[in-house]
Design a protein around this ligand. Sequence first.
Ligand code: NAP
Length: 281
Amino acid sequence: MSASESLSLTIAKGAEQHTVRSVRPAEKPQRQQRELSGKIALVTGGTKGIGKATALKLADRGCHVIVNYFRSRDAAGRAVDEIKERGVEALAIRGNIGNSDFHKKLFAQIRAEYDHLDIFVSNAALGAFAGVFDVTEKIWDLAMRTNAQAFLFCAQEAIKIMPSGGKIVALSSLGSHRCIPGYSAIGVSKAALEALVKYIAAASSCQGVNVNAVCGGFIDTAALKSFPNYEELMEEVIRRSPLDRVGTAEEVADVVVFMCSEGANWITGQTIIVDGGYSLT
Ligand SMILES: NC(=O)c1ccc[n+]([C@@H]2O[C@H](COP(=O)([O-])OP(=O)(O)OC[C@H]3O[C@@H](n4cnc5c(N)ncnc54)[C@H](OP(=O)(O)O)[C@@H]3O)[C@@H](O)[C@H]2O)c1
């Protein structure tokens, strides 16, 4: 293995930080569409599901991609390898995005490695299932900190190192405006995220940065499989969906990547619903 193909592991000083660093391979694959060539992108939760699909599609278009994750180092290692196979740089940074002490460390590391950030995708999410009358302070805090507060504080850091033309995209879900059984705390945190998108978009416009949300319908990822009534839910979603199926992580990632491209320069402060028409029924 040559030096340029090597993969190295670094334990950073912060208690929750673990870095998997890879450098650009010697042979850069030829790709047709490299319209984001050389851009630096951060995808939180970029090691699984929709976040990983987004990270790989950004890499396909020429972005160097930083992925953040929390629990699974193996998945992070695999994501780094797959990003690197696309001929770009990859950096995985471990840390709990729901912990406000982590945000400054995350962006300090990005600044040290790359100096600036062109694209920030706020994708990582966590939450516990509970009916609205069973939501405890712990359940509330987990959802609000991981899904809404993390987006706010990371956007505050991202904007400091984002040049004109930068793009911020946050992942939302239909629970922000529909009542999904057991999803109350997560749904409310996603509603807060969508409201934040508008405020952050208005405040970022003078800097030439677009800020939007992509709101996914039911997408068959590990997160969906954690729903207590997964099988029943899938049947109901397929029955009600105009397109007779659930969506894929790649179908949501395609829209996220579009929102990160120049084609989305005239869209800001919006939430784009990507649900195969489910919310129409
Ligand atoms: N799946 C759906 O049906 C659906 C629908 C609409 C919207 N969405 C939204 O799309 C986004 C991605 O969902 P998904 O289904 O792709 O999720 P997923 O497959 O469960 O992946 C979640 C990712 O986030 C990371 N993560 C979780 N908690 C974290 C934390 N506290 N700090 C840092 N990283 C963390 C995970 O890494 P580790 O496992 O290593 O911690 C993983 O990489 C979420 O915002 C979700 O609300 C999903």
